[in-house]
Write a protein that binds this ligand. Structure first.
Ligand SMILES: *Cc1c(COP(=O)(O)O)cnc(C)c1O
Length: 381
């Protein structure tokens, strides 16, 4: 690496994204694939991930907010984009103008979209998110008839185009759980009730990553995977499904030095050198997304070897023990915090009692993102 390289970075492999999208498409059978690029593409970079996914065969993109959708449009991405979680005062006028499909979860949301469509003189494309048992976002059973009644009126007036009906599963990572079948049945009911209101969706979709990979019977017209596109298994205890993790979190060794036997290392001296040793300073800390509770419990990979972190993780740095440093680790060497091989984000998740979704969302602040892979070299970024 040259001196201009960042001290701490995430390297995102766009070939891995493309590979994972193809794996998902295989599992989806004939269904289309919408790749979810919310939260800046699960912290992998929404725009490059979206381009790589579309080039690999994804048909549509899913995001949370209108602002996220507009960012993709501003980058010149013209694929269908669905945005499904917004307050009623979101900039729906901008969304309608940019041809963003809006997911609504209440009469209030639909009224807000109606106002935007009338104000801009543009037909709004609306998708209804129905709550089938997650009890989070989505139209409640109580409000569903009212939403459909208003939707029917707006469709008749051509203020709104009704594109799709969708829902989200609560326990998809437990593929045999009866709650999944309960939600499927409620989803089928919701589709039937829409038809009774004279509303025929162009498509319906339900499956996230876990359902796409383990419940092909729930693919409907389109699947809606997120985490699996980034190469992490939504059901780690079953299989990795041949997915390739796209993110590597790494830093360059900032300093190598000896520590005498009996010397304490890092704040609080929680680790005391049991013998004379050599340590390496890794310039990544909790401000960069290395969770402080991991102190003394993780290892970093330098070359082919794993070196244990010793002492506390600080805001900007952590220390690893090189022992006799027989491999000659030097300042500037790359230390992998997590990536496709070892250490793996799942390991951090296990140590922290969380899920790898949160681990890949953690690198931030000073961390610089860089892209590798064919898609990046072709200027697709
Ligand atoms: C985040 C999200 C997804 C993707 O979930 P994964 O578990 O990452 O596949 C799909 N649909 C909705 C509504 C979501 O919020």
């Amino acid at each position: 690496m040259s001196s201009a390289d960042p001290q701490v970075e995430t390297v995102v492999d766009l070939d891995a994204i493309a590979h994972n999208v193809r794996v998902l498409a295989d599992h989806a059978g004939g269904a289309a694939v919408m790749v979810v690029v919310k939260a800046d593409g699960y912290n992998h970079g929404a725009v490059p991930v979206a381009r790589a996914a579309l080039a690999a065969g994804a048909a549509e993109l899913g995001v949370t907010t209108v602002a996220e959708a507009l960012q993709l449009r501003a980058a010149g991405i013209d694929a269908p984009i669905l945005s499904w979680l917004n307050t009623s005062d979101a900039d729906y006028a901008a969304a309608v103008t940019a041809d963003i499909e809006i997911g609504v979860s209440s009469v209030a949301h639909l009224r807000a979209v109606e106002r935007a469509a009338r104000a801009t003189g543009t037909t709004a494309t609306v998708t209804v998110k129905v709550d089938t048992g997650l009890n989070r976002n989505g139209v409640s059973g109580a409000e569903y008839p009212q939403v459909l009644g208003l939707l029917r009126q707006l469709v008749d007036e051509r203020v709104v185009r009704f594109r799709a009906l969708f829902s989200h599963l609560a326990r998809a990572d437990e593929p045999q759980h009866p709650a999944i079948d309960m939600q499927r049945d409620r989803f089928l009911d919701a589709i039937a009730v829409a038809k009774e209101h004279g509303l025929e969706p162009e498509l319906v979709h339900l499956a996230n990553s876990a359902a796409t990979l383990t419940r092909p019977d729930l693919a409907f017209d389109m699947v809606r995977p997120g985490i699996a596109a980034y190469g992490l298994s939504p059901v780690p205890e079953i299989s990795d499904f041949g997915l390739r993790p796209a993110m590597t979190f790494q830093a360059r060794v900032a300093l190598v030095k000896p520590v005498a036997e009996g010397e304490g290392v890092s704040y609080g001296h929680e680790w005391v050198a049991p013998r004379a040793t050599t340590v390496a300073l890794i310039p990544a800390g909790y401000a960069d997304g290395v969770f402080r509770p991991l102190g003394g419990r993780i290892a970093v990979r330098i070359g082919d070897r794993l070196y244990p972190n010793v002492g506390r993780v600080c805001m900007d740095q952590l220390v690893v023990d090189l022992g006799d440093n027989t491999d000659g680790v030097r300042e500037g060497d790359t230390a992998v915090l997590f990536g496709p091989g070892r250490p793996h984000p799942q390991h951090w998740a296990d140590l922290l009692g969380t899920i790898h979704y949160e681990i890949v969302c953690s690198p931030r602040g000073r961390v610089v993102r860089r892209y590798v892979g064919d898609v990046a070299r072709q200027g697709g970024v």
